[in-house]
Structure formats: structure tokens, C-alpha cells
Design a protein around this ligand. Structure first.
Ligand SMILES: N[C@@H](CCC(=O)N[C@@H](CS)C(=O)NCC(=O)O)C(=O)O
Length: 203
């Protein structure tokens, strides 16, 4: 049985969302998004930095949300939710899949640090503002590519699990502007998916 080491309101939701979409059975180790759980000796044995998500598959243990998504698709769903390597859609799929952790998550991480993790007296308004501007800029190409498409490569794929989750977070942080009409619609469409709801509402 696949086991997801999880905490609410985190990237670990991507793994739950994927497993729900694929209708694969799984169990969850639900931890608090708090150092008492994430930085515990027990969890640091799973992830040396005390981060989530981590996936166990029997004796196999793997971390990094994108790697976990790829692993599940290849080992457990024979490439499901992913275009074949020869498909015209494959390069765009790869691009948007990796754009998530490469371009969108770094400013999100800074925003989380500056609004939640740092004690108030160590927060820096300038750094926060820069990160919010950077995030909005990183979302412009996503808004453009969506055009009149429902999902990033047309049909729903694992690129939406990665980047769609980050777009949802960005919208919650107020960084999707009203002019980004395609992106607003995309976030709404994702939010309506029942598998997404299961993941995002998991406590
Ligand atoms: N690139 C990693 C990032 C993992 C990561 O930083 N996860 C956050 C939750 S979204 C975390 O565990 N934060 C706890 C901490 O920073 O102490 C991935 O995609 O899995």
C-alpha cells in the first residue's frame, strides 16, 4: 500500500490529489504542519530536512513532490495523466510540470516565510512585496498559455496537479490579478474537481 506522509495546506496535497484522480488505494500519515512533527527525529529519518511530502511504497521511500508524481505515474499507472513521449503535447507537459517548482514555488516559499514562519519582528515588508510581484510575473505566461484551453495542455494532466496546485495557492495569496481572466477560470475549474477538494480539505 502506498503511504503518503502529509500535512494539511502543503505540497503533500498534490500527492493525495493525484492518487484520488488515479483511484489508487493509499494511506496517510497525517502530521501537523509544525516543527514538532516535521522536525521530529522520526520524520527526519524519512526526509533529512524534515519536509513533506514523502512517499513510502513498500521498502521504497521517495521525496520531492514532482519526483513522487512521476514515480506514481510510471510505476503505478503506466504513464496515465501524462502524454506519451512522442505526443506533440509532451514538451509543453514537461515544461509546465517543472515550471511549478522552478519558477512559481520559490516566491511562494518566500511569502510563506515572510507571513507565517518568521516571527513578526523579523519580517520584511520589502522582501514580501518583491516576492509577491515576482509571483505575479511568473504567472503571466501561465495565464497566456491557458487562452481558451481548459487545462495547461488542453486535457487534464499531471502538469495541472503540480502547477494547478501552485496557481491555487497563488490565488489564495492574492497574487492572481483580476486581469488574469484565464488563470482565474482555471483556478475555479480546478477547485471544482472533487479529487482536488478531497486533497485540499484533508485535515
Ligand atoms: N521541492 C520540495 C519542497 C518540499 C517542501 O519544502 N515542503 C514544505 C511544505 S509545502 C515543507 O515541508 N515545509 C516545512 C519546513 O520548511 O520546515 C517538494 O516539491 O517536495
Amino acid at each position: 500500500m502506498l503511504k503518503v506522509h502529509f500535512a494539511p495546506n502543503s505540497r503533500a496535497g498534490r500527492i493525495i490529489w493525484l492518487l484520488e484522480e488515479l483511484e489508487l488505494p493509499y494511506e496517510v500519515n497525517n502530521m501537523a504542519f509544525h516543527p514538532k512533527d516535521l522536525k521530529s527525529d522520526e520524520h527526519k529519518k524519512r526526509h533529512p530536512l524534515g519536509r513533506i511530502p514523502v512517499l513510502d511504497d513498500g521498502d521504497i521511500r521517495i521525496y520531492e513532490s514532482g519526483a513522487i508524481v512521476e514515480y506514481i505515474l510510471e510505476r503505478h499507472k503506466n504513464g496515465g495523466l501524462k502524454p506519451s513521449i512522442n505526443s506533440d503535447k509532451y514538451p509543453q507537459y514537461l515544461q509546465w510540470f517543472h515550471y511549478c517548482e522552478g519558477m512559481v514555488m520559490p516566491p511562494i516559499n518566500t511569502i510563506v516565510v515572510q507571513t507565517i514562519l518568521l516571527p513578526e519582528d523579523r519580517r520584511d515588508e520589502t522582501v514580501l512585496k518583491q516576492a509577491k510581484n515576482l509571483l505575479t510575473k511568473a504567472l503571466v505566461p501561465v495565464n497566456e498559455t491557458l487562452g481558451n484551453k481548459e487545462y495547461l495542455i488542453g486535457n487534464f494532466s499531471a502538469a495541472d496537479i503540480m502547477l494547478g496546485h501552485a496557481c491555487f495557492m497563488s490565488n489564495r495569496m492574492g497574487c492572481v490579478t483580476d486581469e488574469m481572466i484565464n488563470l482565474k477560470g482555471y483556478v475555479n475549474r480546478i477547485s471544482e474537481r472533487s479529487c482536488f477538494k478531497t486533497a485540499i480539505e484533508m485535515k
